[in-house]
Design a protein around this ligand. Structure first.
Ligand code: FAD
Length: 432
């Protein structure tokens, strides 16, 4: 508790589970906790749930399989199936992607929140927390339109992507690569509208044009990369901007990322797309993602640290609660990203111990900042894996509450529960 919040603050709710952050990790955790009858609230500082796939304008969820071997099933797969039913395109192979407009993802998220009766508080930042001497969090302090408020719960799930709550609660963390602490480059995805798609060359041809021309460093990706949100629309989302040497954990750093990327987007539109790609002559930038695309920030140290070797060797663990199969995908902190540098063919396990931050007894991590080294994190940060981790955290929530400690959860029982989870929302849909 710092000085600012060391004053009487009104309570703004008391829940079984408080999920901080409404990205895909947090949403999945919230739904799975609610599935077990727990009273759940989600706090989110953007005006829309969904995290990077929605507010980062990514419109993609990847990492279910390598095209053959399935690593992630359960809730994330049911979520993807439902999106596919609504028109999303599924690209198998190389990590398997589901692509669609961000608005379709947020619509499904809203439907889930309503179905599960989950309280959602948008435009709300978690800025502090109260922790007792035994490492038990009793509440978080939020900052929103109404001022500072205290929200308490029995169990907390940090799904902020940056490990904000764990950090505020005093958990140890690491950041960046071991040699100098530099993090992967960050991006702002932008949307180009006004494209005549009937004249636009095939993706591979656009790639060839991009590769054959001189590129101003440090624009990201050695190849042209876009996410085809919807085949019907005349828009594409471009994931090519690339900001280096910015601290994603301070506002000045986030502002630098935004400024760098907006300049690069303008350059790309004017000097590449409009001049060199047929069909783009009258294109414009219709919007920039509101959320800065931070690939790496804090990694919260838990009871086990997932390593590069674990990922490369496809190591399995007795207490694994999720799996990943996305390759090693470090966006070079010093320059151009050359793509996934190391594909993996065997799924690796993510131990339960990676989601229990050291020194804290009622906090799980769900999503990007699990306990992993710099290289392992470059794989485990992918959306399907973040959702699988969220599913585990949400499923473990009831027992962690009943036993008053995350470390008292019966892991074999949790694993069997994960294998047999029911998903009321999707099952109801199946009955139509
Ligand atoms: C540019 C880019 C491209 C990517 N491409 C792909 C891809 O093609 N496929 C893929 O699967 N993955 C991709 N990823 C990775 C993936 O999108 C992320 O790692 C993943 O979405 C992380 O999920 P999360 O739920 O942990 O975090 P996030 O999606 O970041 O969600 C965290 C949420 O917490 C909120 N929050 C943060 N701090 C606070 C606070 N203090 N108080 C309240 N709320 C807070 C945020 O607003 C956000 O909504 C990409 C990432 C980036 C940046």
């Amino acid at each position: 508790m710092n000085q600012l919040t060391n004053c009487p603050i009104e309570s703004n709710g008391d829940f079984d589970v408080l999920v901080c952050g409404a990205g895909m990790g947090g949403i999945t955790a919230a739904c799975m906790a609610a599935e077990q009858g727990l009273e759940v609230c989600v706090l989110e500082y953007f005006g829309e749930p969904g995290g990077i796939p929605v507010n980062g304008a990514l419109g993609a969820i990847s990492g279910f399989s390598d095209g053959e071997v399935v690593a992630v099933a359960g809730f994330p797969q049911r979520f993807a199936d439902e999106l596919e039913r609504r028109g999303a395109s599924l690209i198998q192979g190389g990590g398997s992607n589901i692509n669609l407009p961000p608005s379709a993802i947020s619509l499904l998220v809203w439907e889930l929140l309503e179905f599960y009766n989950i309280q959602m508080r948008l435009y709300t930042s978690v800025i502090d927390t109260e922790v007792d001497a035994n490492g038990r969090i009793s509440s978080v302090v939020t900052s929103a339109k109404e001022g500072l408020r205290r929200v308490s719960a029995k169990l907390f799930i940090d799904a902020t992507g940056d490990g904000d709550l764990a950090y505020m609660a005093g958990a140890p963390y690491e950041i960046g690569r071991p040699s100098d602490g530099k993090v992967m480059s960050a991006s702002v995805i932008f949307i180009i509208g006004g494209i005549d798609k009937s004249r636009m060359p095939e993706y591979m041809e656009v790639r060839r044009i991009w590769k054959s021309r001189p590129r101003p460093v440090p624009i990201d990706h050695s190849v042209f990369q876009f996410v085809p949100h919807s085949p019907q629309s005349n828009e594409i989302a471009v994931n090519m901007t690339h900001s280096l040497d910015a601290d994603p954990l301070i506002s000045a750093g986030l502002t630098k990322i935004r400024r760098d990327c907006m300049k690069q987007a303008k350059y790309l539109l004017e000097e590449f797309f409009r001049k060199e790609i047929p069909g783009y002559e009258n294109a414009w930038i219709s919007r920039y993602a509101p959320q800065v695309g931070v690939r790496e920030s804090r990694r919260i140290m838990g009871d086990y640290i997932l390593t590069e070797e674990d990922v490369l060797e496809g190591r399995r663990f007795e207490d694994e609660i999720a799996c990943g199969i996305w390759g090693i995908d470090v966006h070079n902190p010093d320059g151009i990203h050359t793509g996934v540098s190391h594909y993996i063919t065997k799924p690796y396990g993510i131990p339960y111990r990676c989601i229990t931050p050291r020194g804290l007894s009622n906090l799980f991590i769900a999503g990007r900042p699990i306990s992993a080294d710099h290289i392992a994190h470059s794989s485990s940060r992918i959306n399907a894996t973040c959702m699988a981790i969220g599913e585990a955290a949400g499923t473990a929530a009831k027992e962690a509450i009943d036993r008053q400690c995350t470390r008292m959860v019966d892991i074999p029982q949790l694993k069997s529960q994960l294998a047999n989870n029911t998903y009321s929302y999707f099952n109801v849909k199946d009955e139509y």
